[in-house]
Design a protein around this ligand. Structure first.
Ligand code: NAG
Ligand code: NAG
Ligand code: NAG
Length: 273
């Protein structure tokens, strides 16, 4: 215990020398950051209420760069919200191997989600809501083990939900609503055992609700409204014991149905009139 405390304090000492200013210690990432900046029209970033500072390799590392968080000698977070970041998805950011969070909502990012992001072994939050991303969901992300939250709603993503994503055992929140996804709910996704929130509303998904999903016992919110689903609610879904919000509206389900379940010791009904 004592020895451990000593080791920790010497590490902290070294770190504080490394990071004297906001970007000091992260100079080895300037190449990647500037490649990102140049490919997304960096000189025009900004909005009427916030201008962008830094993003210039000639200034002292003591000055900060808008949206870049550097500590312990690496970039661990990038936050560029509504700053007119404009261009193809910056796959170069897959080189920032210490990234924990990447948030670029409300921009004009185009192109596809980069398969190579599965190399980011620390990244747990990716927020690209409200952009112009197209193309399909990369099946390579089945090995994107660190990811717990993906907000990619309000883009133009096409194609199907990759069955291989069933390997994403740590994914808790997945919001792909307001895209152009087609195809079925993959029965294999019953293996996504951490899933809490799944939002797929306003796509062009179809097929029936997979009975296999009844083992997603952590699922609290499932939003499937405004798609082309048909059939009925599988009675097995009564074992979705964490479910709090299930929205099936604006689909093509068969007539009326009422499913009687016992959840948390109480009788309840799922119904569609
Ligand atoms: C990004 O990583 C690739 C593969 O490791 C490397 O070849 C490339 O030089 C890196 N790019 C930059 C700008 O560091
Ligand atoms: C970068 O900083 C240097 C030194 O302060 C300055 O001369 C140069 O104009 C800056 N470049 C841009 C693109 O702002
Ligand atoms: C950054 O600022 C600190 C404290 O103000 C100073 O000690 C250090 O020399 C500066 N480093 C550089 C590279 O300018």
């Amino acid at each position: 215990m004592w020895a451990k405390a000593l080791i920790l304090s010497s590490v902290v000492g070294a770190v504080s020398v490394l990071g004297e200013g906001p970007m000091c210690g992260c100079e080895h990432r300037y190449g990647v950051l500037m490649e990102f900046y140049d490919s997304t029209n960096g000189p025009s970033w900004g909005n009427p209420v916030s201008s962008v500072q830094g993003w210039n390799t000639s200034i002292s590392c003591n000055q900060s760069w808008t949206g870049v968080f550097c500590t312990r000698g690496d970039v661990y977070m990038i936050v560029l919200d509504g700053l007119r970041v404009n261009g193809p998805f910056p796959s170069i950011l897959a080189n920032l191997t210490a990234l924990l969070e990447l948030k670029m909502p409300n921009n004009q990012i185009t192109g596809t989600l980069p398969p190579s992001f599965n190399l980011l072994k620390q990244l747990y939050l990716l927020d690209v809501q409200y952009n112009a991303i197209s193309g399909t969901l990369p099946s390579e992300w089945s090995s994107f083990d660190s990811l717990t939250t993906l907000w990619a709603f309000s883009n133009s993503i096409t194609g199907t939900l990759p069955p291989a994503w069933s390997a994403m055992k740590n994914l808790q929140i997945l919001d792909l609503s307001f895209n152009s996804l087609i195809g079925i709910l993959p029965p294999e996704w019953s293996q996504m055992s951490s899933l809490h929130v799944l939002t797929l509303s306003k796509n062009a998904l179809s097929g029936t609700l997979p009975a296999t999903w009844s083992i997603l016992v952590k699922l609290e919110t499932l939003q499937l409204q405004n798609n082309g689903f048909s059939g009925t609610l599988p009675s097995d879904w009564c074992s979705l014991s964490s479910m709090r919000a299930l929205d099936l509206s604006l689909n093509s389900f068969e007539g009326r149905f009422v499913v009687k379940c016992t959840l948390r010791g109480q009788i309840c009904h799922f119904w569609k009139l």
